[in-house]
Design a protein around this ligand. Structure first.
Ligand code: NA7
Length: 548
């Protein structure tokens, strides 16, 4: 691909001043998890270094700079809660934060707590092996640095390995290509261009309305139609901000008791969609549709467990698509058939309306798949589309991709890639048997992406920091999840997922977007019971772990 790579890693051989250093803790990643992990490790008084592949902090929000990129969690909830002054002083302008605002916030956090001095930027971790004799992790970076640490924390993110499908001829395209997850820092001017975008996930749904306004023509290649709910972004309500800030700690604590880790002030409707008649159901859906955002998915308490309830929500959204898109053929093509919300729910600002524009063309690549990329465009089984540039909005190797991208080797040289060949196997989504003193932040098997990520991150980081602190206090040098605890945990995650409708469609939650990836539902639906379980495990002297 020709996509601009904004940050090339250091060349192999160009070692840094940290080559050969040893630490108490090494953290991989300086996104929202890595920054907070660093802060907490420093509080323990331990030596620490963060390895970050990008040229700056921010993780997801450093890389995903495509037009329209924005978080779909409310600003007042998508932020750290660990510092009262920080949460009081920061002002968010809109209901949902844009990518530049979140990045500015994370950069502010890095500066406010002077975190940068312990972070090595443009430094990608390539391999890490557990040295059993020394009880230490030995880590090698792509630039050839070798570092070691007692503990290794993988704060590598859930959606950080972008995927570009291996279309025939992809390298022959004469114009530029871009991936939404690796967007050029200088931005892209689409003025006068014929732009193709492949994919209609969250990234594409955010980018399409913005690019359609700039481009001469936008061709949208859709394989699976997407349910999306209007975000209804707007300036923040100063009264709501004042009310939340009057008791921010209480608000955060209440959010931590919500399954979604957010919206404690606007909770879901705790009745079944089938407990009311059709007219009342419609009224409630409409009310929440107008309120915008994830509130829609809280219309009833059984949308993700009852097929009929889910079908009613799906039909409501299809009705909205038909009422919005003027061309009935295009509207039908935009109407999804699968279970609503079993793929990650998407929020939009004018997505369906964009298909009423004269310069936007929807191409169904389910009926006529993409055959090849040619020097001048995209050829499907039905036609050839002439393009000046192509955007891949084709997603990520979710949840496990960033972990298996690194050559992680545990006891006896066993590889994580090999251990997880049939799907991730770990305990609490935090620790892998055979990989002592290694922790994964928001890893598979934890609520992670099904919860407000900031809440999930803080809960994990605090648990890991407390665990490291407690091990040192008690004179233990090593902690390792037992195989039995991991087996029971994986069974538990599968059981919980199987009680829901999540596994009923192809999603990155299931790894279904990656050819050959085992089909296993990776996140655990289950905050806050999950957080209680983590507390219980710690309270019982780290039950399910072997301490040495
Ligand atoms: P997603 O949600 O994984 O979306 C990827 C899109 O790309 C989706 O529409 C896919 O269709 C499509 N895709 C992938 N491969 C192909 C091929 N080979 N041909 C045609 N279309 C393809 O990634 P996003 O970046 O949008 O969002 C990721 C997460 O970021 C999101 O869930 C939020 O949590 C934020 P498919 O549905 O697989 O048929």
């Amino acid at each position: 691909m020709h996509a601009t790579e904004p940050d090339e890693p250091n060349q192999v051989g160009a070692k840094t001043a940290f080559d050969g250093e040893s630490y108490d803790v090494l953290i991989v990643g300086a996104g929202a998890s890595g920054l907070y992990m660093l802060y907490r490790v420093r509080q323990l008084g331990l030596s620490v270094r963060v390895l970050e592949a990008g040229g700056g902090v921010g993780g997801t929000w450093y890389w995903n700079r495509y037009p329209g990129a924005r978080c779909d969690t409310d600003t007042l909830e998508y932020s750290y809660s660990f510092c009262e002054e920080l949460q009081q002083e920061w002002e968010w302008p809109e209901r949902y934060p844009t990518q530049p605002e979140i990045l500015r916030y994370l950069e502010h956090v890095a500066d406010r707590f002077a975190l940068r001095s312990d972070i090595s930027f443009n430094t990608r971790a390539a391999a890490a092996a557990f040295d059993e004799a020394a009880n230490r992790w030995r880590v090698r970076t792509e630039c050839g640095d070798r570092l070691s640490a007692q503990f290794l924390v993988m704060a590598t993110g859930c959606l950080s390995v972008p995927i570009t499908p291996k279309f025939d001829g992809v390298d022959s395209f004469a114009g530029p290509t871009y991936h939404t997850g690796r967007w050029p820092h200088e931005g892209v001017d689409f003025g006068g261009q014929r732009v193709g975008i492949i994919g209609t996930g969250s990234s594409a749904v955010q980018a399409i309305p913005v690019i359609a306004e700039q481009a001469r023509q936008l061709v949208v290649f859709q394989r699976t139609a997407q349910y999306t709910v209007p975000a209804r972004n707007q300036p923040v309500d100063p009264e709501l901000v004042a009310a939340i800030k009057a008791d921010y700690a209480g608000f955060r604590a209440r959010n931590r008791r919500m399954q979604s880790g957010q919206l404690s002030h606007r909770p879901g409707n705790d009745i079944s969609a089938l407990a009311v008649d059709a007219a009342e159901r419609e009224r409630i859906f409409e009310q929440r549709w107008q309120a915008g955002g994830f509130l829609f998915f809280g219309s009833f308490n059984d949308l993700m467990v009852n097929e009929q309830a889910n079908a009613a929500a799906a039909e409501f959204v299809r009705g909205k698509i038909r009422a919005t898109v003027r061309d009935p053929g295009v509207a039908e093509l935009l109407c999804p058939a699968h279970t609503i919300a079993c793929k990650r729910p998407v929020l939009d600002s004018g997505y369906f309306e964009t298909f009423n524009r004269g310069n936007v063309l929807l191409v169904d690549v389910q009926a006529a798949p993409i055959r090849e990329i040619t020097p001048s465009g995209v050829r499907t089984a039905a036609a050839h589309y002439e393009l000046d540039c192509i955007i891949f909005a084709t997603g990520f190797d979710g949840m496990t991709g960033a972990l298996t991208a690194i050559d992680l080797r545990g006891r006896g040289g066993v590889t994580l890639r090999g251990e997880w060949a049939a799907g991730p196997r770990n305990y609490l989504g935090l620790a892998v048997p055979g990989f002592p003193n290694l922790f994964t932040i928001t890893g598979p098997g934890s609520p992670s992406v099904l919860t407000n990520m900031m809440v999930a991150i803080e809960q994990h980081v605090e648990w890991v920091a407390d665990c490291i602190g407690s091990l040192r206090e008690q004179g233990h040098s090593c902690i390792e999840a037992t195989a039995a605890a991991a087996d029971a945990w994986v069974e538990h995650v599968n059981e919980v997922a199987d009680r829901t409708l999540y596994p009923t469609c192809n999603s990155w939650y299931l790894g279904a977007n990656i050819p050959g990836k085992p089909r296993v539902f990776m996140p655990l639906p289950g905050f806050p019971a999950y957080a209680d379980k983590c507390e219980e495990v710690a309270g019982n002297g780290y039950e399910g772990f072997a301490l040495a």
